[in-house]
Design a protein around this ligand. Structure first.
Ligand SMILES: Nc1nc2c(ncn2[C@@H]2O[C@H](COP(=O)(O)OP(=O)(O)OP(=O)(O)O)[C@@H](O)[C@H]2O)c(=O)[nH]1
Ligand SMILES: [Mg+2]
Length: 293
Protein backbone atom coordinates (compact mmCIF):
# COMPACT_ATOMS: atom_id res chain seq x y z
CA UNK A 1 0.00 0.00 0.00
CA UNK A 2 1.23 3.50 -0.86
CA UNK A 3 2.08 5.38 2.34
CA UNK A 4 2.45 9.16 2.58
CA UNK A 5 4.15 11.02 5.40
CA UNK A 6 5.74 14.36 6.09
CA UNK A 7 6.25 17.45 8.18
CA UNK A 8 3.61 20.14 7.89
CA UNK A 9 4.66 23.25 9.72
CA UNK A 10 2.38 26.12 10.70
CA UNK A 11 3.96 29.57 10.79
CA UNK A 12 2.70 33.15 10.90
CA UNK A 13 2.35 36.29 12.97
CA UNK A 14 1.34 36.05 16.64
CA UNK A 15 -2.31 35.46 17.51
CA UNK A 16 -3.54 34.54 14.02
CA UNK A 17 -4.85 31.14 15.18
CA UNK A 18 -1.98 28.70 14.53
CA UNK A 19 -2.55 26.74 17.72
CA UNK A 20 -6.31 26.68 17.22
CA UNK A 21 -5.74 25.06 13.82
CA UNK A 22 -3.23 22.54 15.11
CA UNK A 23 -5.70 21.42 17.80
CA UNK A 24 -8.50 21.23 15.23
CA UNK A 25 -6.39 18.94 13.02
CA UNK A 26 -5.34 16.70 15.90
CA UNK A 27 -8.67 16.73 17.75
CA UNK A 28 -6.92 17.25 21.11
CA UNK A 29 -5.90 20.32 23.05
CA UNK A 30 -2.16 19.95 22.55
CA UNK A 31 -1.43 23.67 22.29
CA UNK A 32 -2.70 26.33 24.64
CA UNK A 33 -4.76 29.14 23.14
CA UNK A 34 -5.36 32.66 24.41
CA UNK A 35 -6.22 36.04 22.94
CA UNK A 36 -2.75 37.32 23.86
CA UNK A 37 0.22 37.38 21.48
CA UNK A 38 3.15 35.02 22.11
CA UNK A 39 1.04 32.36 23.74
CA UNK A 40 3.07 29.60 22.10
CA UNK A 41 6.77 29.54 22.98
CA UNK A 42 7.82 26.14 21.68
CA UNK A 43 7.62 24.06 18.57
CA UNK A 44 4.98 21.45 19.40
CA UNK A 45 4.32 18.39 17.27
CA UNK A 46 0.84 17.03 16.72
CA UNK A 47 0.73 13.74 14.83
CA UNK A 48 -2.31 12.66 12.82
CA UNK A 49 -2.27 9.05 11.67
CA UNK A 50 -4.27 7.12 9.11
CA UNK A 51 -3.77 3.68 7.59
CA UNK A 52 -1.91 5.12 4.62
CA UNK A 53 -0.63 8.46 5.92
CA UNK A 54 1.09 10.24 8.80
CA UNK A 55 0.90 14.02 9.04
CA UNK A 56 3.41 15.45 11.50
CA UNK A 57 2.13 18.94 12.23
CA UNK A 58 4.21 21.57 13.98
CA UNK A 59 2.72 24.48 15.86
CA UNK A 60 5.27 27.28 16.26
CA UNK A 61 5.56 30.63 18.07
CA UNK A 62 4.28 33.71 16.25
CA UNK A 63 6.97 35.58 14.33
CA UNK A 64 8.34 38.64 16.16
CA UNK A 65 11.53 40.66 16.28
CA UNK A 66 13.27 39.24 19.36
CA UNK A 67 14.02 41.63 22.22
CA UNK A 68 15.50 39.12 24.68
CA UNK A 69 17.06 35.67 24.71
CA UNK A 70 13.80 33.74 25.21
CA UNK A 71 12.31 35.38 22.13
CA UNK A 72 15.46 34.62 20.10
CA UNK A 73 15.09 31.01 21.02
CA UNK A 74 11.40 31.11 20.04
CA UNK A 75 12.42 32.42 16.61
CA UNK A 76 14.95 29.58 16.42
CA UNK A 77 11.98 27.19 16.56
CA UNK A 78 10.34 29.06 13.68
CA UNK A 79 13.54 28.84 11.65
CA UNK A 80 13.80 25.11 12.25
CA UNK A 81 10.21 24.75 11.02
CA UNK A 82 11.23 26.31 7.70
CA UNK A 83 14.08 23.88 7.33
CA UNK A 84 12.37 20.51 7.63
CA UNK A 85 8.91 21.22 6.19
CA UNK A 86 7.41 19.13 3.41
CA UNK A 87 4.47 21.52 3.30
CA UNK A 88 4.35 24.98 4.87
CA UNK A 89 1.12 26.40 6.20
CA UNK A 90 1.49 30.17 6.29
CA UNK A 91 -1.40 31.50 8.36
CA UNK A 92 -2.70 35.05 8.17
CA UNK A 93 -5.88 36.51 9.59
CA UNK A 94 -8.46 38.70 7.94
CA UNK A 95 -7.22 42.30 7.76
CA UNK A 96 -3.55 41.46 8.17
CA UNK A 97 -0.79 42.71 5.91
CA UNK A 98 2.38 40.63 5.42
CA UNK A 99 4.74 39.34 8.06
CA UNK A 100 6.34 41.88 10.30
CA UNK A 101 9.68 40.26 9.65
CA UNK A 102 10.77 40.78 6.02
CA UNK A 103 13.36 38.02 5.99
CA UNK A 104 10.77 35.40 6.92
CA UNK A 105 8.41 36.81 4.32
CA UNK A 106 11.09 36.54 1.63
CA UNK A 107 11.60 32.91 2.59
CA UNK A 108 7.94 32.21 1.98
CA UNK A 109 7.99 34.06 -1.30
CA UNK A 110 11.00 32.06 -2.48
CA UNK A 111 9.95 28.73 -0.98
CA UNK A 112 10.66 25.66 -3.10
CA UNK A 113 8.31 23.48 -1.11
CA UNK A 114 4.53 23.89 -1.38
CA UNK A 115 3.05 26.72 0.69
CA UNK A 116 -0.61 26.93 1.56
CA UNK A 117 -1.66 30.38 2.66
CA UNK A 118 -4.45 29.95 5.16
CA UNK A 119 -6.60 33.04 5.50
CA UNK A 120 -8.09 32.49 8.95
CA UNK A 121 -10.95 33.96 11.00
CA UNK A 122 -13.24 34.36 8.00
CA UNK A 123 -16.15 33.97 10.41
CA UNK A 124 -15.47 37.60 11.38
CA UNK A 125 -15.61 38.91 7.82
CA UNK A 126 -18.09 39.93 5.13
CA UNK A 127 -17.90 38.20 1.75
CA UNK A 128 -16.76 41.39 0.01
CA UNK A 129 -13.83 41.92 2.36
CA UNK A 130 -12.88 38.28 2.07
CA UNK A 131 -12.68 38.57 -1.71
CA UNK A 132 -10.55 41.70 -1.42
CA UNK A 133 -8.21 39.90 0.94
CA UNK A 134 -7.84 36.88 -1.31
CA UNK A 135 -6.94 39.18 -4.18
CA UNK A 136 -4.41 41.05 -2.02
CA UNK A 137 -2.61 37.83 -1.06
CA UNK A 138 -2.66 36.53 -4.60
CA UNK A 139 -0.79 39.65 -5.67
CA UNK A 140 1.68 39.43 -2.76
CA UNK A 141 2.43 35.74 -3.18
CA UNK A 142 1.49 34.62 -6.69
CA UNK A 143 2.95 31.13 -6.31
CA UNK A 144 1.06 30.05 -3.18
CA UNK A 145 -2.31 28.39 -2.92
CA UNK A 146 -4.88 30.26 -0.84
CA UNK A 147 -7.47 28.63 1.41
CA UNK A 148 -10.01 30.62 3.42
CA UNK A 149 -10.77 28.97 6.76
CA UNK A 150 -12.11 29.38 10.26
CA UNK A 151 -10.00 27.31 12.62
CA UNK A 152 -12.29 28.21 15.51
CA UNK A 153 -15.50 27.15 13.77
CA UNK A 154 -13.89 24.26 11.94
CA UNK A 155 -14.76 25.70 8.56
CA UNK A 156 -12.75 24.21 5.65
CA UNK A 157 -10.24 22.60 8.05
CA UNK A 158 -11.03 19.20 6.56
CA UNK A 159 -10.61 20.56 3.04
CA UNK A 160 -7.14 21.85 3.89
CA UNK A 161 -6.23 18.53 5.49
CA UNK A 162 -7.21 16.63 2.36
CA UNK A 163 -5.08 18.97 0.26
CA UNK A 164 -2.12 18.38 2.61
CA UNK A 165 -2.39 14.62 2.12
CA UNK A 166 -2.32 15.13 -1.65
CA UNK A 167 0.86 17.18 -1.37
CA UNK A 168 2.74 14.82 0.96
CA UNK A 169 5.55 12.68 -0.47
CA UNK A 170 5.53 8.94 -0.41
CA UNK A 171 7.40 7.95 2.77
CA UNK A 172 7.21 5.56 5.70
CA UNK A 173 5.94 6.94 9.04
CA UNK A 174 8.41 9.01 11.08
CA UNK A 175 6.85 8.16 14.45
CA UNK A 176 5.03 5.14 15.88
CA UNK A 177 1.44 5.20 14.70
CA UNK A 178 0.02 5.52 18.23
CA UNK A 179 2.14 8.55 19.13
CA UNK A 180 0.32 11.89 19.38
CA UNK A 181 3.11 14.35 20.15
CA UNK A 182 6.81 14.71 20.88
CA UNK A 183 6.34 16.41 24.25
CA UNK A 184 6.32 14.65 27.62
CA UNK A 185 3.39 14.77 30.06
CA UNK A 186 5.01 17.42 32.24
CA UNK A 187 5.15 19.81 29.30
CA UNK A 188 1.35 19.84 29.11
CA UNK A 189 1.12 20.52 32.83
CA UNK A 190 3.46 23.50 32.45
CA UNK A 191 1.53 24.82 29.48
CA UNK A 192 -1.89 24.45 31.09
CA UNK A 193 -0.74 26.48 34.09
CA UNK A 194 0.83 29.09 31.83
CA UNK A 195 -2.42 29.40 29.89
CA UNK A 196 -4.27 30.32 33.09
CA UNK A 197 -1.60 32.89 33.87
CA UNK A 198 -1.89 34.42 30.39
CA UNK A 199 -5.64 34.65 30.89
CA UNK A 200 -5.71 36.12 34.40
CA UNK A 201 -2.69 38.44 34.66
CA UNK A 202 -1.93 41.64 32.84
CA UNK A 203 0.92 43.36 31.04
CA UNK A 204 4.37 41.90 31.52
CA UNK A 205 3.43 39.23 34.09
CA UNK A 206 2.62 36.35 31.69
CA UNK A 207 5.78 37.07 29.71
CA UNK A 208 7.91 36.95 32.85
CA UNK A 209 6.60 33.55 33.91
CA UNK A 210 8.02 30.09 33.35
CA UNK A 211 6.61 26.89 34.82
CA UNK A 212 8.48 23.79 35.90
CA UNK A 213 6.63 20.66 36.97
CA UNK A 214 8.83 19.11 39.62
CA UNK A 215 6.66 16.17 40.51
CA UNK A 216 4.34 14.03 38.43
CA UNK A 217 3.32 10.83 40.13
CA UNK A 218 0.64 8.69 38.58
CA UNK A 219 -1.33 6.27 40.75
CA UNK A 220 -4.15 4.07 39.61
CA UNK A 221 -6.87 6.66 40.02
CA UNK A 222 -5.07 9.98 40.59
CA UNK A 223 -2.09 11.94 39.32
CA UNK A 224 -0.26 14.08 41.89
CA UNK A 225 1.65 17.06 40.57
CA UNK A 226 3.73 19.82 42.04
CA UNK A 227 4.78 22.76 39.91
CA UNK A 228 6.75 25.92 40.52
CA UNK A 229 5.78 29.20 38.90
CA UNK A 230 8.91 31.23 38.31
CA UNK A 231 8.78 35.01 38.02
CA UNK A 232 11.54 37.49 37.26
CA UNK A 233 11.12 39.92 40.15
CA UNK A 234 10.03 39.99 43.80
CA UNK A 235 7.13 42.36 43.08
CA UNK A 236 5.68 39.87 40.60
CA UNK A 237 5.57 37.12 43.18
CA UNK A 238 2.98 38.92 45.29
CA UNK A 239 0.85 39.67 42.24
CA UNK A 240 0.79 36.02 41.21
CA UNK A 241 -0.23 34.91 44.70
CA UNK A 242 -2.85 37.65 45.21
CA UNK A 243 -4.79 38.60 48.34
CA UNK A 244 -4.61 35.67 50.80
CA UNK A 245 -3.53 33.44 47.93
CA UNK A 246 -6.79 33.87 46.02
CA UNK A 247 -5.26 34.55 42.60
CA UNK A 248 -2.91 31.57 42.76
CA UNK A 249 -5.76 29.39 43.95
CA UNK A 250 -7.82 30.28 40.90
CA UNK A 251 -4.94 29.29 38.62
CA UNK A 252 -4.69 25.95 40.42
CA UNK A 253 -8.41 25.18 40.26
CA UNK A 254 -8.72 26.01 36.56
CA UNK A 255 -5.54 24.16 35.58
CA UNK A 256 -6.66 21.09 37.53
CA UNK A 257 -9.99 20.96 35.67
CA UNK A 258 -8.25 21.12 32.27
CA UNK A 259 -5.63 18.55 33.26
CA UNK A 260 -8.27 16.12 34.50
CA UNK A 261 -9.86 16.32 31.07
CA UNK A 262 -6.49 15.99 29.29
CA UNK A 263 -5.27 12.98 31.25
CA UNK A 264 -8.72 11.45 31.84
CA UNK A 265 -7.96 11.02 35.52
CA UNK A 266 -8.36 12.80 38.84
CA UNK A 267 -5.58 15.33 39.42
CA UNK A 268 -4.11 16.86 42.54
CA UNK A 269 -1.97 19.88 41.91
CA UNK A 270 0.21 21.91 44.24
CA UNK A 271 1.59 25.26 43.07
CA UNK A 272 4.17 27.54 44.52
CA UNK A 273 5.94 30.69 43.34
CA UNK A 274 9.65 31.39 43.19
CA UNK A 275 11.71 34.35 42.02
CA UNK A 276 14.26 33.41 39.38
CA UNK A 277 15.85 36.69 38.39
CA UNK A 278 16.14 37.36 34.64
CA UNK A 279 15.64 33.72 33.67
CA UNK A 280 14.40 34.74 30.22
CA UNK A 281 17.74 36.34 29.35
CA UNK A 282 19.87 33.53 30.71
CA UNK A 283 20.98 31.06 28.05
CA UNK A 284 21.77 28.28 30.51
CA UNK A 285 18.43 28.44 32.23
CA UNK A 286 16.59 28.65 28.93
CA UNK A 287 18.28 25.48 27.82
CA UNK A 288 17.17 23.75 30.99
CA UNK A 289 13.57 24.81 30.29
CA UNK A 290 13.72 23.30 26.81
CA UNK A 291 14.24 26.42 24.72
CA UNK A 292 17.00 25.05 22.55
CA UNK A 293 16.06 24.53 18.97
N1 LIG B 1 -13.08 34.55 15.33
C1 LIG B 1 -12.08 33.67 15.25
N2 LIG B 1 -11.14 33.64 16.22
C2 LIG B 1 -10.14 32.73 16.11
C3 LIG B 1 -10.06 31.82 15.03
N3 LIG B 1 -8.96 31.06 15.21
C4 LIG B 1 -8.38 31.48 16.36
N4 LIG B 1 -9.10 32.49 16.92
C5 LIG B 1 -8.81 33.20 18.16
O1 LIG B 1 -7.61 33.93 18.00
C6 LIG B 1 -6.88 33.98 19.24
C7 LIG B 1 -5.47 33.43 19.06
O2 LIG B 1 -5.53 32.06 18.75
P1 LIG B 1 -4.25 31.12 18.88
O3 LIG B 1 -4.60 29.82 18.25
O4 LIG B 1 -3.75 31.11 20.28
O5 LIG B 1 -3.23 31.93 17.96
P2 LIG B 1 -1.67 31.64 17.68
O6 LIG B 1 -1.43 32.02 16.26
O7 LIG B 1 -1.32 30.26 18.07
O8 LIG B 1 -0.98 32.71 18.66
P3 LIG B 1 0.54 32.72 19.27
O9 LIG B 1 0.80 31.38 19.87
O10 LIG B 1 0.48 33.80 20.30
O11 LIG B 1 1.43 33.08 18.12
C8 LIG B 1 -7.70 33.17 20.25
O12 LIG B 1 -8.49 34.06 20.99
C9 LIG B 1 -8.56 32.28 19.35
O13 LIG B 1 -9.79 31.89 19.94
C10 LIG B 1 -11.08 31.87 14.01
O14 LIG B 1 -11.10 31.12 13.06
N5 LIG B 1 -12.05 32.82 14.19
MG1 LIG C 1 -0.02 29.55 19.47
Amino acid sequence: MLHKAGFVNIIGNPNVGKSTLMNAFVGEKLSIITSKAQTTRHRILGIVNGDDFQVVLSDTPGIIKPAYELQSSMMGFVKSAFEDADVLLYMVEIGEKALKDESFFDKIRGSKIPVLLLLNKIDTSEQEILEEQIQYWQEQLPSVEIHAISALQNFNVKGVFERIIELLPEAPPYYPKDQLTDKPERFFVNETIREKILIHYKKEIPYSVEIETEEFVEDEDIIRMRAVIMVERDSQKGIIIGHKGSALKRVGVEARKDLEKFFGKQVHIELYVKVNKNWRSDARQLKRFGYNS
